[in-house]
Design a protein around this ligand. Structure first.
Ligand SMILES: C[S@@+](CC[C@H](N)C(=O)[O-])C[C@H]1O[C@@H](n2cnc3c(N)ncnc32)[C@H](O)[C@@H]1O
Length: 216
């Protein structure tokens, strides 16, 4: 994602507190109060400009969505979509995913989406990949038992790495798809990156990974 400094981004975030939640620590364990219902909560980590969550929020009004994005200059586009479409089941957090447990309690999240996460191809940057074992441990701490990660990417190297990382962590892999757009998967909402890369003819990989920590 190309980063352009937007000096007005911080003010924009503050002005749209209905969608962009500042001080999200105060809602840890209480997100149902923010949404005003007890619907399941799905989060997208690295939400970018928000096209995926804007589409999902419209397609699934009974799910509450929260987008996590590191950069204020990027998340403003996601906030603008929520404002324009008046999406009451979408909130956005301008925070780093490494601090997820500061914002969410155990069992508070039903699903994690990772879409076109930065590949960090150099071996010395492995720990930054959002499918690295330390991130898988963070997701496990906030997800319900048997919670799932739904992951898609155009990057074959990151996909292969992630399948191994999920598997070594003990997650069960479901619906591994090596060409999403040629598959019979229904209800796919394209992300900004997905549109860009599939438009160039690149295939899209997808997998669902389930934590095997349910009581037997
Ligand atoms: C390649 S972009 C993909 C954006 C979007 N998901 C899509 O598919 O169009 C990855 C995004 O993840 C964000 N990101 C990367 N690491 C993050 C982290 N630790 N916490 C929050 N956001 C992160 C980046 O800032 C960037 O906007």
């Amino acid at each position: 994602m190309r980063l352009r400094h937007k000096p007005w981004a911080n003010d924009f975030i503050t002005e749209h507190s209905q969608y962009a939640i500042s001080n999200p620590e105060q809602y840890k364990g209480r997100w149902h109060e923010v949404f005003g219902n007890h619907n399941p909560i799905h989060i997208e980590v690295g939400t970018g400009k928000g096209q995926f969550l804007a589409g999902m929020s419209q397609q699934h009004p009974d799910i509450n969505y929260i987008g996590i994005e590191l950069f204020d200059s990027i998340i403003v586009a996601a906030i603008q979509k929520a404002v324009d479409l008046q999406l009451s089941n979408l909130k956005l957090l301008n925070v780093n995913a490494k601090d997820l447990t500061d914002y969410f309690d155990q069992n508070e999240v039903q699903r994690v989406y990772l879409n076109f996460s930065d590949p960090w191809p150099k071996a010395r940057h492995t720990k930054r990949r959002l499918t690295y074992k330390e991130f898988l441990s963070l997701y496990e701490k906030i997800l319900i038992k048997g919670g799932e990660i739904h992951f898609k990417t155009d990057n074959q190297g990151l996909f292969e790495y992630s399948l191994i990382s999920f598997s070594e962590y003990g997650l069960r892999l479901k619906f591994i798809c090596l060409d999403l757009h040629q598959s019979d998967f229904e209800g796919n909402i394209m992300t900004e990156y997905e549109e860009k890369f599939s438009g160039k003819g690149q295939r899209i990989y997808r997998v669902e990974a389930k934590y095997m920590n349910e009581d037997r």
